[in-house]
Write a protein that binds this ligand. Structure first.
Ligand SMILES: [Zn+2]
Length: 161
């Protein structure tokens, strides 16, 4: 599954359309595998934990050990009668992943910036070389034309050397 779909979640419909999404999670019968990504919704959506159900705008997408995907509140998941410490650990791992993703993004930006810089330097260099060679061509042409008299070619038409 393309992990990016989790990061693009903007609405409750986006969440419900996620592959293997379920709207009911009983923390007594299934274990948490990981916290995937946080989300912020424009409207409230009920927490999927069967012993919660509180409507919320801020929550996290989670993956359960059986591979199902769901959404729960970003705070309630840590309650002792819910996922408890497993949730705290999984959420910390997710935050670290988020930081890593931001660092990668910043590095990519830096690479883009560097490639733009070196391309610009190359263009400047080419322009300089071009300016130099066109000046050379101009001076050669004017030198060449000076003193060159039209001479009759085989066709009888004058040609220039
Ligand atoms: Zn909840």
């Amino acid at each position: 599954m393309d992990e990016l779909i989790f990061r693009k979640v903007k609405t409750a419909a986006d969440i419900r359309n996620l592959p293997r999404w379920v709207g009911r999670v009983d923390p007594q019968t299934v274990k948490l595998k990981r916290v995937i990504w946080p989300y912020h919704l424009p409207h409230e959506m009920p927490c999927s934990l069967t012993n919660c159900g509180t409507p919320h705008k801020d929550g996290v997408l989670i993956e359960l050990e059986d591979g199902r995907i769901s959404n729960i509140g970003h705070i309630c998941g840590a309650d002792a009668n819910k996922f408890g410490d497993d949730f705290v650990r999984a959420k910390t791992a997710m935050s670290e992943e988020k930081v890593r993703a931001m660092i990668l993004l910043a590095l990519e930006d830096r690479q883009t910036l560097n490639s733009i810089r070196s391309r610009a330097a190359e263009v400047r260099k080419q322009r300089w070389t071009l300016g130099k060679s066109s000046a050379e061509v101009r001076s050669r042409v004017s030198d060449g034309l000076r003193g060159v008299e039209p001479s009759p070619g085989r066709s009888g038409r004058p040609h220039y050397l």
